[in-house]
Design a protein around this ligand. Sequence first.
Ligand SMILES: NC(=O)c1ccc[n+]([C@@H]2O[C@H](COP(=O)([O-])OP(=O)(O)OC[C@H]3O[C@@H](n4cnc5c(N)ncnc54)[C@H](OP(=O)(O)O)[C@@H]3O)[C@@H](O)[C@H]2O)c1
Length: 250
Amino acid sequence: MDELFDFTGKVALVTGGSRGLGREMALALAARGADVVITSRKADACASVAAEIETMGRQALAYGCHVGHWGEIDAMVEAAYERFGRIDILINNAGMSPLYDKLSSVSEELFDKVIGVNLKGPFRLMANVGERMAEGEGGSIINISSVASLSPSPASEPYGAAKSGLNALTRSFAFALGPNVRVNGIAAGPFLTDISKAWDMPAFERRAKSTQALGRGGRPDEIVGAALYLASSSASFTTGTVIRVDGGSV
Ligand SMILES: NC(=O)c1ccc[n+]([C@@H]2O[C@H](COP(=O)([O-])OP(=O)(O)OC[C@H]3O[C@@H](n4cnc5c(N)ncnc54)[C@H](OP(=O)(O)O)[C@@H]3O)[C@@H](O)[C@H]2O)c1
C-alpha cells in the first residue's frame, strides 16, 4: 500500500455513513486500513455497512445518532472513544436538502432542521472531537459542503446558507484546532445518490449539458479521491480550504 494513503491504525468517524457519499468514503478508508465508526439515524443501516467493513478485516462500530441533537452526538462520541480510544479522521457528511414549492412554504421547523443537520451538528462534532484531536495526536476533519454554498441555488436557500456557514466553520476551526488538526471541506456538486431520487432526472440531464463541464452528475464513488487526499498525510499542508468536487458546475 502507498504509505501516503495507508490508514492502518487510524480510526475514522463518518456521519451519514449508512449510504450515499458517506458509505463510499467509509468503505474506502476501511479498504486502506482504517477502523470506522458509522453513524446515521438508522442504526440498522449503519450495522450493515459495519458488517461490510468487518468482512474487510477492519473493526467497525455502528451507532444510531441524529446529528441535529447535541446530546445524541456527545453520547455517540463517548461510545466511539470507549470502543477505539481515538478518532483520527472525522467526516461531517450527514446532510439533507429538502425540496419545497415556494419560499413562504418553508416552515420554521424545516428551516431549523436544515440548519441543525447541516451546520449545528458539525459544529458540535468539531468542537467535541476536534479538541480531543488537538490535545492528542492530531487529526483531519472533512466537512461535506455543497456548491449551493458558493453560488445561488434556487429552491435550496436554507440549505445553501447552512453549507455556507459550514464553510465558515471550516476556516475558523482550522485556526482554532491547528496546527495539530487540519480542517477542510468538499463542496460537492450534483451526485447521484438517494438525494437525486427527488430530482426531475430528464430535466437534470438536459441542464447538465450546459451547467456541468463534464455534462453529468457524479457517481457516489467519485467523492472518494478528494476525501482520501484530505484525510491523508499527502494533504499535510492543506487546511482551512474547501475543494470543489462538482464535475465543473457553473
Ligand atoms: N448528492 C448530492 O447531489 C449532494 C450535493 C452537494 C452536497 N451533498 C452533501 O453530501 C452529503 C451526503 O449526501 P448524500 O448525497 O450521500 O445523501 P444521502 O444519500 O441522502 O445520505 C445522507 C446520509 O445522511 C444521513 N442522515 C440524514 N439525516 C441525518 C440526521 N439528521 N442525522 C444523522 N444522519 C443523517 C442518512 O442516514 P439516515 O437516513 O439513516 O439518517 C444518510 O446516511 C450531505 O451533506 C449532502 O448535503 C450532496
